[in-house]
Design a protein around this ligand. Structure first.
Ligand code: ATP
Ligand code: ATP
Ligand code: MG
Ligand code: MG
Ligand code: MG
Length: 261
């Protein structure tokens, strides 16, 4: 019925800029409640983190254009909905592997929100990643101290929260060490640094990594079709690795130049 077709015009384009970095941020919806319901271990439930990482690895494998952030594309909504729904699908599919004796019970089902932000340069993208890792450290130091005071120190949630108000990192490190004999530096890297996922290429042959091929330094739009297909195939073949490593310093990026090329 032609006279109804005008409604399509309400679907306004939300175009992305070419040659920019797109970050799609995924965040669990109401995970405070969900983690209570399924009794996640505090402060860090390793199974839940491994499940998030496993779902993210599958998304990277499913969408070869993803590097660490996302490359170039045409549309906001398509991008966000594809990534978030793929992530959710794998999260639920993999749940029983990480929580074998805790079946999912409706209505307590995991879901996620997603949003895209555009960053115009690699430097700013790196600053974004640095901001996330700093946030991870600050949150984890707080959570580790808080839950140690509650679970090992027998304090109430309110008392622990009250005592931690206004403290700086050094204070929290001291509480952990003096009262509980815990050296924060010895906590697991996955908790302190978070998880970074990227494609790993055969390092012994640098020509295998896409960054080393001359035409690849051109903007994606200027590469030939065959070159693009070749790159895509390389990306599909590459292994996706999960690392817990400093991404603030230059070293991580200098050793893996293909990630942001
Ligand atoms: P809302 O869900 O109301 O839109 P939000 O999710 O952006 O807000 P909060 O839920 O208060 O904000 O954020 C909680 C955590 O998300 C904080 O640790 C904050 O640093 C982090 N955060 C905020 N903005 C971003 C972002 N753009 N990317 C990644 N993490 C973010
Ligand atoms: P919103 O829907 O606004 O994002 P939210 O309840 O998901 O609300 P977040 O700020 O995203 O709020 O916080 C997520 C919460 O989920 C954390 O505060 C923590 O309690 C819990 N959580 C998530 N992952 C884990 C984990 N691996 N181990 C323990 N707790 C976790
Ligand atoms: Mg969150
Ligand atoms: Mg939120
Ligand atoms: Mg959340």
């Amino acid at each position: 019925m032609r006279r109804f077709e005008y409604v399509k015009d309400f679907e306004q384009p939300d175009v992305l800029l070419p040659n920019t970095w797109i970050v799609v941020r995924i965040d669990g919806r109401g995970f405070h409640k969900l983690s209570d319901h399924y009794a996640f271990v505090k402060p860090n439930d390793r199974r839940a983190l491994d499940l998030m990482n496993a779902a993210a690895v599958e998304v990277m494998k499913d969408l070869p254009d993803l590097c660490i952030a996302y490359g170039v594309s045409d549309e906001y909504r398509k991008l966000v909905t594809t990534i978030v729904s793929t992530f959710t699908a794998y999260y639920i599919h993999l749940w029983s592997i990480y929580f074998p004796s805790t079946p999912l019970q409706p209505p307590n089902l995991p879901s996620f929100d997603g949003r895209a932000v555009i960053y115009p340069s690699s430097r700013i993208l790196r600053d974004y990643m640095s901001w996330r890792q700093v946030d991870c450290h600050i949150n984890n130091l707080y959570n580790t101290t808080f839950w140690t005071m509650v679970l090992q120190g027998g304090m109430s949630n309110t008392d622990a929260e009250q005592e931690l108000k206004g403290t700086v990192s050094a204070d929290k490190n001291e509480i952990l060490f003096k009262r509980f004999g815990i050296n924060y530096n010895n906590e697991e890297e996955i908790y302190k640094k978070g998880s970074v996922l990227y494609r790993q290429y055969e390092l012994q042959d640098p020509k295998e990594a896409p960054a080393s091929q001359e035409e690849d330094s051109l903007p994606e739009a200027k590469q030939s079709r065959s070159q693009q297909d070749k790159l895509k195939k390389l990306r599909r073949k590459a292994q996706v690795v999960v690392d817990h490593i400093d991404i603030i310093k230059d070293d991580f990026w200098e050793r893996r130049p293909w990630i942001l090329s």
